[in-house]
Design a protein around this ligand. Structure first.
Ligand SMILES: [Zn+2]
Length: 217
């Protein structure tokens, strides 16, 4: 299967860090991509960062097409301007969407101190579980970065699935799930190529080696 990763949809709000704005796609592009995957149960849909466009744009379009998706929320931003509120997260969940953790502060999960790792992997998840009154078992690594210590900690904390941004096909049910993130310049046609030829990315030995090494550092 192939997992896609969206961030904000529409025009990024002023003041959003450039490295986040670079991943926003237009609503038209978003709708065209969704239309391509309506009959593709092998395409997983995920949304990172918990922007309000998750509920104002993505949710109605998903519901219209009878699709579910998984939303990775930044716990420390709940209720902030431009970010989902606790009610929004409950609304997504009530609409059968999955909710996972994207940590507390959207910082890279590599080389964290034990205290910071606890905040990112334990406290953030607890906060989301308090919002949902349900266990949260999936995580997405902020900025797609991780190292061996991160993966070890995530396994020890019994996360059931961990999403990366490694641009490779994913095997259904495996613990580490690679994703293709859309960037601001990507078009629906670009995504169509990934959907048709995603397997070509996995056979590129250099990419596979890079992904493997990332998990070892
Ligand atoms: Zn993110």
């Amino acid at each position: 299967m192939i997992n896609l990763c969206f961030h904000g949809i529409g025009t990024p709000p002023r003041g959003l860090p450039a490295e986040e704005a670079a991943y926003w796609v237009g609503a038209d592009t978003f709708r065209r991509v969704l239309d391509q995957v309506v009959d593709r149960p092998d395409v997983g849909l995920t949304f990172d960062d918990g922007n309000t466009s998750d509920v104002t744009v993505a949710l109605p379009e998903l519901v219209d097409r009878g699709r579910v998706a998984e939303f990775f929320v930044i716990a420390g931003r709940l209720g902030n301007t431009g970010s989902l509120s606790a009610d929004d997260v409950r609304g997504l969940h009530g609409a059968r969407m999955g909710i996972g953790s994207h940590g507390m502060h959207h910082r890279v999960w590599r080389k964290l101190s034990p205290a910071d790792r606890h905040e990112e992997l334990v406290v953030a998840r607890n906060r989301l579980e308090e919002v949902l009154h349900e266990p949260v078992s999936a995580a997405a690594c902020p900025l797609g970065r991780y190292d061996r210590a991160t993966l070890t900690a995530l396994r020890r904390l019994r996360y059931a699935r961990v999403y990366t941004s490694d641009r490779a096909l994913a095997r259904p049910g495996t613990w580490r799930q690679a994703r293709f993130s859309l960037r601001a310049g990507d078009t629906a046609d670009d995504v169509a190529v990934w959907l048709r030829h995603g397997d070509r990315y996995t056979v590129r030995a250099a990419d596979a080696a890079r992904t493997f090494v990332k998990g070892l550092r």
